[in-house]
Design a binder for this molecule. Structure first.
Ligand code: ADP
Ligand code: LRH
Length: 489
């Protein structure tokens, strides 16, 4: 009987449940569920709808179990990954105090700057190695504990679980903190892969409600740890047996990097391209230099002791938000409906180089009328404001490609590695126009695929943990290569 592993991959735009079947050195991924996701504002700030996600997860697991039974596959594991940083606070009874905040909520505006007055950025960086992002878990916690929105929730908090750990808890009844995602909280020591007593103490001293934060953090586990079997309730709801749930690389970007067919000699950069574009290289350890800090490069933890040395680029969020806005317009009768493929074809026919936006500006973080913000930025630059959707999309994509090229070059320089190719994975790797623009801007071959690198990385870490997959990261990537049709630009 072939071995199957179920990847629950929760992205900011959609959640998916995939059954990965290991067969002769290849993984066949079959989508068993896909459901829309996005921050919801029902009057209490931007939040994630956990019950909707949970319903999607259970439906997907049920479908995966049915498919496995029909095709003679034995389900030998389940693993959960999601976007980073966001977390749920649980009361003593194990129930969520409230839906988790979305990192795009403006409540963290100015918080990091206040924290840095007491614990400067360079002191943070020396320990956690993280780029400055305004919404890192640490700053969300300060926003909540320091009397801002969320203060009442903090008062009831007894446990903090990052989003994938929260789903894993619902699946197993066990509470852990998986380390790749924990490394995005700002509370971890990147050198020891352990919670940082130093940063936690500094934080608790400055913000007394956070003095009890250490007690809210679960024990850390590395990817591949068996967390526990599915609970009876989940088994009854899905028809699955007592399948073990593994901690995978639960930060989606960490799973995506496992699922990227990088060469072993470190000579390629990656772009994990989705809502965000995560652009960087994989290293054997952190780089905590002043130059890296000034360039705002982050050291997030990967599998097998690796470090993801990268920068967040605003990613396809800007384009997706434009599409969302135009879809709303079309529903109102204002303009034709938008089809992403047609839009990209039309954008490809537009002249490039009209204008380059600074795509990592915080001005693009929040949801809302994105086309208007893009037009305003183009106007400020002095260029002519495009009159069509396609021309606007082209400016966004030109700007993204330019940002990729800059960050790829910096990553090589700062890490002291020669980058000879760029691998693009994730949903955005299907954007051929962007792939072509990236190849042109970097002057390097762009290798696109797999689009489902995250789910593949999730499945492979489970397979290895259960004894069914290759032992080394290089071996896992051989499976990725064998399972994907890569396209070179
Ligand atoms: P996330 O995990 O952050 O939700 P995904 O990896 O699912 O993101 O990628 C979603 C992105 O992929 C969307 O932003 C969309 O722009 C892009 N995308 C998905 N399918 C296609 C396609 N067929 N052609 C071009 N772009 C695509
Ligand atoms: C991508 C991602 C990224 C984080 C962001 C919050 O999905 O996990 O790596 O910085 O979401």
């Amino acid at each position: 009987m072939s071995a199957g592993f179920v990847a629950v991959d929760l992205g900011a735009t959609s959640g998916r449940v995939m059954l990965g079947v290991l067969d002769g050195g290849r993984v066949e991924l079959v989508e068993c569920g896909r459901f829309a996701n996005g921050p919801v504002d029902s009057g209490a700030g931007l939040r994630w709808d956990v019950e909707a996600l949970w319903a999607g997860v259970l439906d997907g697991l049920r479908a995966a179990g049915t498919l496995a039974a029909r095709t003679g596959v034995k389900v030998r594991g389940v693993g959960v990954d999601s976007w980073a940083i966001d977390h749920g606070l649980l009361a003593r009874d194990g129930e969520l105090v409230a839906d988790p905040w979305c990192y795009r909520d403006p409540r963290t505006e100015g918080v990091a700057e206040r924290v840095y007055e007491h614990v400067p950025f360079d002191r943070h960086y020396a320990v956690n190695g993280l780029q400055h992002l305004p919404f890192t878990t640490e700053f969300q916690l300060v926003a909540g504990a320091d009397g801002g929105p969320g203060a009442a929730e903090w008062a009831h908090a007894d446990r903090l679980l990052l989003v994938p750990d929260l789903i894993t808890y619902r699946l197993t009844g066990r509470q852990v903190a998986e380390v790749t995602n924990a490394s995005t909280t700002g509370l971890l020591d990147v050198r020891t892969r352990a919670w940082s007593d130093e940063l936690l103490t500094l934080l608790g001293t400055r913000y007394p409600p956070l003095a009890r934060l250490r007690g809210l953090l679960p024990d850390l586990v590395e990817p591949g740890a068996a967390v526990g079997p599915l609970t009876d309730a989940v088994r009854a709801a899905t028809g699955l047996g007592p399948v073990p749930v593994f901690a995978v690389a639960s930060h989606d970007t960490a799973s995506a990097v496992v699922g990227t067919p990088l060469p072993d000699d470190g000579s390629a950069a990656y772009i994990s391209s989705g809502t965000w574009s995560l652009v960087g290289v994989e290293l054997p350890g952190p780089v905590l230099t002043a130059a890296g800090r000034a360039a705002n490069f982050t050291n997030e933890l990967g599998v097998d002791g690796t470090v993801r040395y990268l920068r967040n680029v605003m990613g396809l969020w800007i384009l997706d938000e434009c599409v969302r806005e135009w879809t709303v317009d079309a529903a109102r009768g204002d303009g034709p409906p938008v089809d992403l493929t047609e839009l990209l074809d039309a954008a490809a026919a537009e002249p490039g180089g009209r204008c380059l936006l600074t795509v990592d500006g915080d001005e693009y973080l929040a949801p809302g009328d994105m086309p208007a913000r893009v037009r305003a930025a183009i106007d400020r630059s002095g260029a002519d404001v495009p009159g069509t959707r396609a021309a606007l999309a082209r400016v966004v994509l030109d700007s993204l490609a330019e940002a990729y090229a800059r960050v790829v070059r910096q990553a090589g320089e700062l890490a002291g590695t020669e980058v000879r190719a760029v691998h693009v994975v994730g949903g955005g790797s299907q954007n051929d126009l962007l792939n072509r623009l990236t190849a042109r801007a970097t002057g390097l071959p762009v290798v696109a695929g797999p689009a489902e690198a995250t789910a593949l990385g999730n499945v492979l870490v489970q397979a290895r943990a259960s004894g069914a997959g290759p032992r080394t990261l290089a071996g896992l990537r051989e499976v990725v290569r064998a399972s994907t049709e890569l396209r070179v630009f």
